[in-house]
Design a protein around this ligand. Structure first.
Ligand code: PMP
Length: 404
């Protein structure tokens, strides 16, 4: 087939399903906190691929692990043991303080794994009637795109026309402990929640919320399952966002940065009693836990540890929030987040977040709007302070131009 006469952008527009609305830039390579386009123009990445590129692009150690493992063995399947999976899962358990891990590929798959575990735990352990276990989630959640998961989303765009949806989910306002308490019934198996809502607009719950959830879960014998796909692995200034309130969940979901910016790698990590519901044949994935993913995931964890990326996130994050809170602009409604993870809410009557992002793009900074009203500022955790400052200058400039 002859495709040389058309540009990659034209081809993508013509042949891709239109389930995305990308900013008008064609990226060709990346290194650290920088990305380059097809005209070799350099951009500062303030997006980190929704946190999947927290280690920066093409991290040399992760790239080396990928290359070394790819030439050894990539996908032998889990019909056999492999020499990379054990060390990776052990590192995950030691890091989280949980007992066992079940590897998957994408975030949504690991969330599905958590849902299955919670429901079966409800039946096997708590004695909830067969196939009747309920899970409580929060309004504004984002846990992925499978039909089960969008079935309990509160965002019409994610759901419309994709039903019928699975029953067994109840949604309550995020951050509201009283609403959560009222929603718990004898059939509740788990609360599934993001410790900080990402796609919902970087929403930080009131201090004490997670501790309050932990207490409710203990009182009513309900599992606390935290989706740390976006908030975890340093993004929010701690290894995991749950540490901020010193709570211990019964299970957590990880993804995105677990793949070191190279591969889809996810996992559900939980207490032994929860994971014990899975027996051979009850769950799996052809690619989940393959040695290529495990080698990369293991190195991704080691790099966070050995390069002090959590501390960087916390310290640079404080600097970023100081600077964002000092911006004076009538359209700036709120600055939310923690670590190197900010959502800046812009008054839609005065400017669109997309317009601000387009202006930033023009000036060499990549970000992305969320729901048209929030500009996300979430650089790779390896970003230098110097480059972060340039990106923040440009953000302020773009905002001031959009709303003088
Ligand atoms: N959970 C959270 C909190 C997420 O932010 C996302 C992705 N934005 C997912 C799950 C789904 O991950 P994936 O796109 O890899 O399926």
């Amino acid at each position: 087939f002859e495709i040389r006469s058309e540009t990659p952008l034209a081809l993508e527009q013509r042949y891709s399903a239109h389930n995305y609305d990308p900013l008008p830039v064609v990226l060709t390579r990346g290194k650290g906190a920088f990305l380059w386009d097809d005209a070799d123009r350099r951009y500062i990445d303030m997006m980190s691929a929704y946190s999947a590129a927290s280690h920066g692009h093409g991290h040399p150690r992760i790239l080396a692990a990928l290359e070394a493992q790819a030439s050894q063995l990539a996908v032998p399947s889990r019909a056999y043991f492999n020499d990379k999976l054990g060390p990776f899962l052990a590192a995950l358990c030691k890091r989280t303080g949980l007992d066992e891990a079940l590897p998957m590929n994408t975030g949504a798959e690991a969330v599905e794994t958590a849902i299955k575990a919670a429901r079966r735990w409800g039946y096997y352990v708590k004695g909830i009637p067969h196939n009747k276990a309920e899970i409580i989630v929060a309004d504004g959640n984002f846990h992925g795109r499978t039909t089960t998961i969008v079935g309990f989303s509160s965002e019409p765009d994610y759901r419309d026309g994709f039903g019928p949806f699975a029953p067994g989910f109840v949604s309550v306002p995020f951050g509201d402990l009283l609403a959560m308490k009222r929603a718990i019934t004898p059939r509740t198996a788990a609360i599934l929640i993001e410790p900080i809502q990402g796609e919902g607009g970087i929403i930080v719950p009131p201090q004490g919320y997670l501790a309050g959830l932990r207490q409710l879960c203990d009182e009513h014998r309900v599992l606390l399952i935290l989706d740390e796909v976006q908030s975890g692995l340093g993004r929010a200034g701690d290894w995991f966002a749950f540490q901020h309130e010193g709570v211990m969940p019964d299970g957590i979901v990880l993804g995105k940065a677990l793949g070191g910016g190279m591969l889809p790698v996810s996992a559900f990590v939980a207490r032994r009693e929860v994971m014990a519901v899975f027996t051979p044949g009850s769950h799996g994935s052809t690619f989940g836990g393959n040695p290529l993913a495990a080698a990369v995931g293991f190195e991704a964890l080691r790099v966070i540890e050995e390069e002090g990326l959590v501390e960087r996130s916390r310290m640079l994050g404080e600097h970023m929030f100081d600077r964002l809170r000092a911006i004076r602009n009538p359209a700036l409604r709120a600055v939310r987040g923690r670590g190197l993870w900010a959502g800046v809410e812009i008054d839609p009557r005065q400017a669109s977040a997309r317009d601000v992002c387009l202006r930033m793009l023009d000036k060499g900074v990549l970000s992305k709007d969320t729901h048209g009203t929030v500009v996300r500022l979430a650089p790779p955790l390896v970003i230098r302070k110097y480059d972060l400052d340039i990106a923040l200058d440009i953000f302020a400039e773009a905002l001031n131009e959009a709303v003088p």
